[in-house]
Design a protein around this ligand. Structure first.
Ligand code: ASP
Length: 311
């Protein structure tokens, strides 16, 4: 099977001055993941590599440079899910882990549970041989500055301008047909300590099922949870995959992937009135995306191997 890869760097009102940085981050993430997939490597290794690039880039709200909580700390959430086994590894409210996706992977592979939070997750990571950093090492200057302004001014929205949201995600299929999806985030700016959004929740911020496809979401977590957005999109992929004889003049002229992405975001917007977006691969590796925010940073590998990125 031909490998496939799609990534995102968050759906929000990305200002013009951040467009190039978001595009180049997505490009570097594709390049990290694709170098693994195109040489016969696994989809799990590829999405981990892609997400690490995005987590390390402070332009995105994941890993280093994540938004700060009301108390001024970074608290990260991440998940990775296998489409073959339907097993996920998820971690939430991590304060001392440089690359939260690596903890999620360790949980997926080596833990009897599917989700760990806070100190328990960090202790597990340490037992797995991962280094813990100091919480302050996760804080970027830009986020510290925005937080100070928010504190002085009741979280005025304009202090978040330029970095409101930027959760990251990736979905990949490798040459042997294994499908994985992943999402990593620092959550929302000035969130209450201990707040967990949609991102690390199976079915909400991420879902993968090899019989249908894989999805990673971004947007207002409290709304995404209401409609279990990632699972909703995968269900649409499944429904559409069996729609072999669509009624004439139905919206079935769009590809399965496009139909599911658009329909899921449409349902999300209609039922919650919130904003967000998602990326997906259907089970054959066809990429698609949809969002109802002004912009969403994203990129995928085209059939001829070129990297297409857009914001
Ligand atoms: N969904 C994330 C959260 O609510 C935020 C985002 O996607 O930008 O934590």
């Amino acid at each position: 099977m031909k490998p496939a890869l799609i990534v995102h760097g968050g759906a929000w009102d990305i200002p013009d001055e951040a467009v190039d940085a978001c595009k180049s981050g997505c490009h570097r993430a594709l390049s990290a993941g694709w170098s693994i997939l195109s040489s016969g490597g696994s989809a799990l290794d590829a999405i981990e590599a892609a997400i690490i690039v995005l987590e390390d880039d402070p332009v995105f709200d994941a890993g280093y440079g994540s938004h700060l909580t009301l108390d001024g700390h970074v608290e990260c959430d991440a998940i990775v899910m296998s489409g073959a086994t339907l097993r996920a590894g998820a971690a939430a409210t991590l304060q001392r882990i440089k690359n939260p996706i690596q903890v999620a992977r360790k949980i997926l592979e080596n833990c009897p549970h599917m989700m760990l939070v806070a100190e328990g997750a960090e202790r597990f990571a340490k037992d797995q041989g991962m280094p813990l950093c100091k919480p302050e090492e996760m804080v970027s200057e830009a986020e510290q500055e925005a937080w100070m302004k928010c504190k002085a001014d009741k979280h005025a929205a304009e202090h978040h301008r330029g970095h409101e949201q930027g959760t990251v995600g990736a979905v990949a299929i490798d040459a042997v047909g294994n499908l994985f999806a992943a999402t990593s985030t620092g959550g929302t700016c000035c969130k209450l300590p201990g707040r967990v959004g949609d991102s690390p929740l199976i079915g909400c911020g991420c879902y993968a099922d090899s019989e249908a496809g894989g999805v990673s979401c971004t947007g207002y977590g409290e709304a995404i949870m209401k409609v279990v957005l990632a699972k909703t999109a995968v269900d649409l992929l499944r429904q559409r995959a069996i729609c072999v004889d669509p009624p004439a003049a139905s919206s079935c002229d769009a590809s399965t992937a496009d139909f599911a992405a658009r329909q899921a975001v449409h349902l999300f917007a209609k039922r919650t009135r919130a904003t967000g977006g998602l990326i997906l691969l259907d089970r054959h590796g066809n990429p698609s995306f949809a969002f109802n925010t002004p912009r969403m940073a994203h990129g995928y590998v085209a059939p001829d191997g070129t990297f297409l990125t857009a914001v």
